[in-house]
Every structure is written in C-alpha cells, then in structure tokens.
Design a protein. Sequence first.
Length: 319
Amino acid sequence: MYYKPDWEQAQQRLLAWWNHEVIDRCCIAVHAPRKTSTLPAFPDLQNGPWLGGMEQIADHDHAAIQRWWTDPDLNYQRAITWFENNHFGGEALPVTYVNWGAMSLAAMFGSPAEFNKTSVWYPAVIEDWDTWEWRFDPETNPTWQTILTIVRRLVQDAEGRFFVGKPELGNGADVLSLLRGMDLLAMDLYTCPEAVKRGVDVISGAWVRLMEQAYQMTTAVNAGGDVLAWMGLWAPGRTDQLACDFSSVISPAMFQEFFVPEIVKMGNWCGYGVYHLDGPACMKNMLDTLLEIDQIKTIQFTPGAGSPPTYTEAYIPRY
C-alpha cells in the first residue's frame, strides 16, 4: 500500500488482535509528521476531522464553509495532503471518510445541517409526536446523495493507496436525542415510550441499510474488509461503531428496555462490532449490560471532557 508500505505486517497483527492473540507485540498506532513535511502535526481523527483550509475562509462566508464540508474534490485533496505529510506507524492506517459531526442521519430525517468552521450541528425538529412523520428515501435524500458523491470520489483513487471508511451516521438513540432534544427525549421515556421505541427502530433500520450500501462501495479498497475510520481500525469483515451516549442520563433498566435492542440490531449487521463507551458514568452504569451483548466484540472507552485520561490507574480494574 502506497501510504502504508508495511500494511501486510499490520494486517496480520490486527487479525491476531481480533482473534484475541498477539504475534510479537500489542497493536499500536503512531501518527507523526513525515521528515519531508512542512505542516504542523495533524490532530487525531478521534478529535474530529482535520480542518485544514478552513482558516482561510471568512466566518461570514457560509457558502464557502458548506462547500468545504460537502465538495468531493476538496474532501479528496485534504485527505491526500494528510497522507502525504503524515507517517503511519505501527497499525496506524491511512484512512479517510465523511464526518459531518458524527450524526448525519439527523439531517436525513429532517434536521437542517448547520455547517460551521469546526463541526456540523443538527437542531431539534420534533415538537409533537402526534404530528411527527418518519420520512426518508435514500434514493432522493439530498444529504445521503451528497455523502455518496464524496464517498465515490474517495474510492475512485483509493485502491492500493489508502483506505476509505464508511460515513459517520450516528445511532438511533443519539440521533433521536438531537431530533427531539435530550431533555425532552428523557421525559419521553416516561410519557411517550412507544414513540421513542418506534423512532429508535426507524433510525437504526435506516442505519443498517445505509451502512450496507457504503460497505459494498468501499470494501474492495479496504483489503476485502472494512474500516472504522475515526478509530483507525481495520477488520476482515463488516465493522462499525455501536454506541448510546444518551445512556449517560438514564438508568440501566431504561437502557436495557429502550436501546439494547438497537445495539443488537446494529451488532447483527457488524461481524466486528465496536462499542463506543463514552464517559465514566456510562462505564459505571452500563458496562455490565454491555458485556452480556454477544454482538459487541470489543469496547472502546472515551473518558469524556473533564475526566482523567484512559491510562489513569483508577480505570485498570474496569479494564
């Protein structure tokens, strides 16, 4: 692979990791500027997309800001700039993908995406469950079609050079918390439980359909497997993030009733499901439940803002 000359060795270590084995050392990912690079060190994808070029756009130029996010060629050029200037050591992967704030399914279900210079936000749009209608046709939806255009551009020149991850879509629980508002959704668990369950089912069903489409578009350039891009993780089959950040504000019993079915559904699509566990509250309240879900193959822990980093000794017993 052009931007990852030692890919074959890295692939064998990742295969061993998925099989709970070790070849010669643990898997590591090292990102550092190439010796020839004149650019500052690039941020980790776990901290969001690299915002190169955005600093040249005026704050009031909303059309240019949106083009930065949505133009296929600009997305491709930014990826190449990163690959040309970044060294991918260990099992670090040259991979790019569409990241519109991690919850782009919200836009597909009616929340107008608000593109800014650091991220993309989705305002609440569900005011009344009695009048709300779930409508989404992937063949005509402008958000999904724009994302597919970007994916096609990335795939076009990727083979043998770099990987292309599937776009960030979100999950039923967290997308619904944007569409409705987190506080209202928390109350809805008591007052409108069936509406919530219906919403989660609709969104997660769309997720499975769109993920399969994206997987079929990208697997050929991903060594016949799949890549969870923001984690920089390759798998020999379908993989993606399973998550429920909303679980930080609800009880384990409600998590089990309302959102575990979604995790199982999405996990049934993923042969190599990775659960994104966000924050110490989620670890404390939900970890025991998560460990009982067969569809979860591994758990990635993010401490969350204001919490000690992942290598803190206090976390070791939970690990």
